[in-house]
Design a protein around this ligand. Structure first.
Ligand code: NAD
Length: 328
């Protein structure tokens, strides 16, 4: 990138959580960014300088993808998807699968105009469910996606779109790169309304408990289910590295710091300086019993893996959510 010819970048899903952070990072790097989302700009999680380009479009439509990609780009980051936490994806399977229209039409339009790189954000939800049936789960390696038995709805769409990226590279020479994100968290994302994920939901509930003086919390599941959570800054570092790096198979991008949901609650409690009575809702959506990222491949290829300690990422997330609630 030089001062006279900045890297041209398109980010779809720019009004969302990770897309918003990515646009901000790219602008800081001096890139020329076109940001696209279907939500009205006033509803985007982050706002950007007036002289940066922001457009609203429904990327399920080929015409809107063509409009978004007009002119061609050095790099495309396709992050747009109709998604949310378990509470959303378990009850909106058709809507999640319709994101296949976004993936398909973005690839078609990218091929038409020519792009340098096309990054697609897949998910750990592509992994076979029977490999995640215990809290003491073995970390998921890339090969564990096959034989395929992905998360119903959302996971199958991601797996299909991954393969489409692969075939667009092999058949048409579109330089696609795919990362499988594992549970990303941080500030400037959904923390209520139904699409929020566990870290944001727990931060919100703890903050509300402190605020109301009702020192109890409702936890989805029995609290023994395990996950790993990646701070959004690590997600951006890995995304840019993979997008700009050599060809790889779909590769894990996630933390390998495994924690029980009960442990996640304890960390947030200690950040807030409170101890809450725990009520477990075992009927609520909770997903697989255990999930962790095997980072052997990313460490071997790049000598890197996400490293922000959960406690420090959660502190920043809690402080942001707490301030948002205070401002309401
Ligand atoms: P998000 O919901 O905050 O952002 C997605 C954005 O896509 C939203 O702003 C939404 O309005 C937009 N969008 C949806 N449908 C669209 C359409 N038809 N046209 C244009 N824009 C549309 O989600 P996120 O957490 O930022 O996730 C970004 C990407 O990363 C998604 O592809 C998601 O599947 C993937 N991912 C995220 C996580 C995670 O933990 N956050 C984990 C695995 C994969």
């Amino acid at each position: 990138m030089t001062a006279s010819s900045p890297t041209t970048v398109l980010v779809s899903g720019a009004g969302g959580f990770i897309g918003g952070h990515l646009v901000r990072r790219l602008l800081e790097q001096g890139a020329s960014v076109r940001a696209v989302d279907q939500k009205p700009i006033a509803e985007w999680h982050q706002s950007f300088p007036d002289d940066s380009e922001q457009i609203v479009g429904d990327l399920r439509l080929l015409g809107d993808c063509e409009r978004a990609l007009a002119g061609g780009f050095d790099e495309v980051y396709n992050l747009a998807a109709d998604m949310g936490g378990m509470g959303f994806i378990e009850t909106n399977k058709a809507a999640c699968m319709l994101s296949v229209l976004i993936s398909t039409h973005m690839l078609m339009a990218a091929r038409q105009v020519g792009v340098g790189r096309f990054f697609y954000s897949s998910s750990a939800c592509v992994y076979a469910e029977d490999k995640q049936d215990t809290p003491e789960v073995a970390p998921l390696a890339e090969d564990d996606a096959y034989p395929a038995m992905a998360e119903d709805g959302y996971g199958w769409e991601k797996l299909f779109s991954e393969r489409m990226c692969r075939h667009y590279l092999e058949d048409y020479g579109v330089e696609t790169r795919v990362a499988r994100y594992h549970n990303v968290y941080g500030p400037y994302g959904a923390f209520d309304g139904g699409r929020e994920k566990a870290p944001a939901a727990i931060c919100r509930k703890v903050s509300e408990a402190v605020r109301s003086g009702k020192h109890s919390i409702e936890i989805w599941g029995d609290g023994k289910q395990t996950r790993s959570f990646m701070y959004v800054d690590d997600c951006l570092d890995g995304t840019l590295m993979i997008a700009r790096g050599p060809r790889v198979e779909p590769i894990n991008l996630g933390s390998s710091e495994l924690v029980r949901i009960d442990g996640l609650v304890s960390i947030v409690e200690s950040i807030a300086g409170v101890e809450l009575a725990r009520n477990y809702d075992t009927e609520a959506p909770q997903g697989v019993r255990g999930r962790n990222s095997d980072n052997t491949m990313i460490a071997a290829r790049y000598g890197w893996e996400p490293s922000t300690p959960l406690a420090s990422g959660l502190r920043r997330t809690y402080q942001w959510i707490d301030a948002e609630l205070a401002a309401r």
